[in-house]
Design a protein. Structure first.
Length: 226
């Protein structure tokens, strides 16, 4: 009996020691910084120690829907890219991109970088678009409404049009763009989204400055022919 008791004590001591070694080793491994020469991955989630998501890098197949306060809502964007999240785990901007040659031989390419208002849509965006009919580039500043975007995301897609018709919507304030015809312009808008100052260089090189009233009527113009 004494021999068996001694063996059980030894076993208990060895087991406790082994548990401590494994726990300490696991803690040490967890704190080590891994280094890779090359890594192939479909999606990376960057999270805080409490699990709050702060950034997602993903391919098209695993790109997430709209994430608000850690809850994901269906929203298929059919793209690859990167999403940014605020301290509450809510999307507040992102970078998406893509392009290909289509079956008919035409090519397409796009890139879009944006930053969002709190629990709303983008207030600043920079985008490039190329398709079979040409290409364009745009930098835009927008004002977004106060209602949280979750009010729309909770609804079936079939009700989005009615919701948009009964709620305040985004208002463009500044648009700097290169159009498909090669012209460039800078449009400054009032709080209702009406263009009040338009500065542009036409496709033929003609510079034009226009002042407009809220209805879009030109009240003053400065233009110089080539």
């Amino acid at each position: 009996m004494q021999r068996e008791l001694r063996m059980w004590r030894i076993y208990g001591a060895v087991s406790t020691l082994a548990f401590v070694v494994v726990a300490v080793s696991g803690f040490t491994i967890a704190r080590q910084k891994a280094s890779f020469g090359t890594i192939d991955v479909q999606r990376i989630n960057v999270v805080e120690p409490d699990g709050t998501v702060r950034m997602v890098i993903s391919d098209k197949a695993r790109f997430p829907g709209a994430i608000i306060r850690g809850k994901e809502y269906p929203f298929n964007r059919h793209t690859a890219g990167m999403l940014f999240f605020n301290d509450e785990g809510t999307e507040n901007g992102g970078l998406i991109f893509g392009g290909q040659k289509n079956k008919d031989g035409t090519v397409s390419s796009y890139g879009h970088l944006s930053f969002d208002r709190y629990e709303q849509d983008q207030e600043l965006n920079l985008e490039y678009l190329q398709d079979g009919s040409g290409q364009s580039t745009k930098l835009a500043f927008l004002d977004q409404p106060d209602w949280p975007i979750t009010e729309a995301l909770r609804l079936p897609r079939s009700e989005w049009r009615h919701f948009a018709a009964t709620h305040p919507h985004s208002t463009p304030r500044l648009m700097m763009s290169r159009a498909r015809d090669g012209s460039v312009s800078l449009g400054l808008k009032d709080e209702q989204g009406h263009t009040r100052i338009l500065i542009r260089v036409a496709a033929d090189g003609t510079p034009i400055i226009e002042l407009l009233d809220p209805s879009g009527k030109i009240v003053s113009q400065l233009s110089q022919s080539k």
